[in-house]
Design a protein around this ligand. Structure first.
Ligand code: HEM
Length: 263
């Protein structure tokens, strides 16, 4: 862990990030509040998407502008087309932020996602505190998140920029075991699996079926995983072995949640 970073000193543009590091946060208490929220409101999928869209704007060649910094809560980033619907997710977390003002928004958004995966029956993902919140001028430009209409070359451009490899692209795509697409948000419609509040390996089981289930969604970016032999082999492995998927997913998700930070 870097003490300089924890103290918020001496690392360029990121020193503009102002919220003090969440030193006095009781993670167990915040987790408990998030669990209660998910017991009452089935919003686990959109919380995973919120955290991913905040972190996924990261560029490994610009480490001074961390991905997971809650810059998504400010316009213009909040209004980017890719973030349609995420304003609701941020508003839904606001009462928890009010109850625990010492946690940064950046930590809260990432914790909300980690707890959502656990609540849905997925793996335990390691979580560390210490992200600082962006200022409005730290918003990232539009166009950094993947385009659902494109295949593997595009996914590589986007995910390699964040510092991920092919295996991590496959594992992270498995998050589509949760939730659905909404026509009014992305132009697409429907879930990827039959139990959209359950985190399991059914996303991969649906992908490997010879005859696609017409009730389920497959984006070009999902089908892309079958384009390259190395990715296809992993899809098949995850479809057959949920433990292996959970193990790899948990590591890739933690890495995503810490992009740009040394926690
Ligand atoms: C939903 C695209 C990767 C988590 C969606 C939607 C699209 C999309 C178009 C539908 C949004 C809506 O209409 O509400 C993509 C593309 C990816 C990708 C092109 C590139 C591989 C990821 C990753 C994660 C993720 C890496 C998390 C680790 C989710 C979740 C939903 C979702 C949980 C459901 C949201 C809800 O039900 O409200 N994604 N996604 N996606 N995405 Fe992705």
């Amino acid at each position: 862990m870097s003490t300089m970073r924890r103290a918020g000193m001496g690392y360029g543009r990121a020193s503009l990030h102002t919220t003090p590091v969440s030193m006095k946060v009781d993670v167990a208490e915040v987790t408990d509040s998030l669990m209660k929220l998910y017991d009452e409101v089935p919003c686990q999928p959109i919380m995973v998407r919120l955290a991913w869209h905040d972190a996924g704007t990261f560029n490994k060649d610009e480490p001074e502008t961390p991905g997971a910094d809650a810059s998504i809560r400010f316009s213009p980033e909040r209004d980017h087309g890719a973030n349609n619907g995420l304003g609701w997710a941020m508003d839904t977390l606001e009462p928890i932020k009010e109850k625990f003002p010492e946690i940064s928004y950046a930590d809260l958004y990432q914790l909300a996602s980690v707890v959502a995966v656990a609540h849905a029956g997925g793996p335990q993902i390691s979580f560390n505190l210490g992200r600082k919140d962006a200022l409005p001028e730290n918003c990232t430009p539009d166009g950094r998140l993947p385009d659902a209409g494109q295949r593997m070359g595009h996914l590589r451009d986007i995910f390699y920029r964040m510092g991920f490899n092919d295996a991590e692209i496959v594992a992270l795509s498995g998050a589509h075991t949760l939730g659905k697409a909404h026509k009014d948000r992305s132009g697409f419609e429907g879930p990827w699996t039959h139990e959209m509040l359950k985190f399991d390996n059914s996303y991969f089981q649906e992908l490997v079926k010879e005859e696609a289930d017409p009730a389920l969604l497959k984006l070009e970016s999902d089908l892309a995983l079958m384009d390259e032999p190395n990715c296809k082999a992993l899809v098949e492995e995850y479809a057959a072995n949920q433990d292996k998927f959970f193990e790899d997913y948990a590591k890739a998700h933690q890495k995503l949640s810490e992009l740009g930070w040394d926690l």
